[in-house]
Design a binder for this molecule. Sequence first.
Ligand code: SAH
Length: 348
Amino acid sequence: MKNKELILKLDKEKSLEKPEWITLFETADDEDREMARHLAQKIAKEQFGNRIYMRGLIEISNICKNDCLYCGIRKSNCNVSRYRMTKTQIFECCEIGYKSGFRTFVLQGGEDGHFTDDILTEIVSGIKEKFPDCAITLSLGERSRESYEKLFKAGADRYLLRHETATREHYDKLHPENLSLENRMECLKNLKEIGFQTGCGMMIGSPYQTAENLANDMLFLEEFKPHMIGIGPFLPAENTPFEKEKAGSLEETLFVLSLVRIMLPNVLLPATTALGTLSKDGRQRAILSGANVMMPNISPTENRKNYALYNDKIGTGEDAEKSVENVVNSLKEIGYEPTVARGDYKEN
Ligand code: SAH
């Protein structure tokens, strides 16, 4: 089948066979990608109109016990100056975010042992008490099922945990020995069962990634049916084993976004910061390729440069107001509008 027919088949059946995915990733040309983009944009418009959900991202700690080979804040990077926000600082951030219109706060960070279940449940329930009309998303890595249950009970609504790659051999090349795809997947399964709106996702163009790996990612997404999917290009981070590797491609990342939108019409799909870092109009082009969520950084300015997952991350010199203004303007430029709605996942 020609690539265009494969894309039409995906639209109709919401599914492709593994060899078909591999063909698409290996042989798609600009025209095929353009066709996928048009279709994805149309589907996103049918689902969400020209409204883009806004999430305020708070990077609560860059302390991490893990040593993921790609990540700039990995444990063994001793050039990072480490910080951890206090509960009061986190509340203050939410306050500022609330006033700017955010109704979702995303608390992201490294796997920092300080954030025990007790401390986190206090933070989550505290935010919920002050801002009962807001959703809380956590993105704090792998925890036990009991821990996830406590956080859910405390009021957390959503959890982001990218699977990074759905192929075991590839996963092992990106992570130290003590981390496994099996455990990552177990966490994702637990999160979904507990009732979180659950997000997974992958980097595009990470070292050693093949078309077959991407095909496995698409098959996993089809089967797992996540509520949210974070997709961004791999970007090298200095002082990591992958510092000399080349960045993922903008076109490839946008193509994957389009295909995901075609396969899962109602999924929540952010235009990620990594895409905005790779290219000035990366996030705008992501929206035009089917993304429907923006996550401007509302972290305190002084912490931002230290939450460097990869080189040259955008927004590190800005405050929350500026980051929000940039995102809102970039949306308006392409005819989209930010919405203050909580933007929960809705079954079709
Ligand atoms: N500790 C949390 C949050 C990780 S940071 C967790 O384990 O989920 C969020 C995401 O940033 C990661 O899941 C990864 O996909 C992405 N990321 C990390 N380093 C990156 C890099 N060098 N290039 C692109 N994305 C990266």
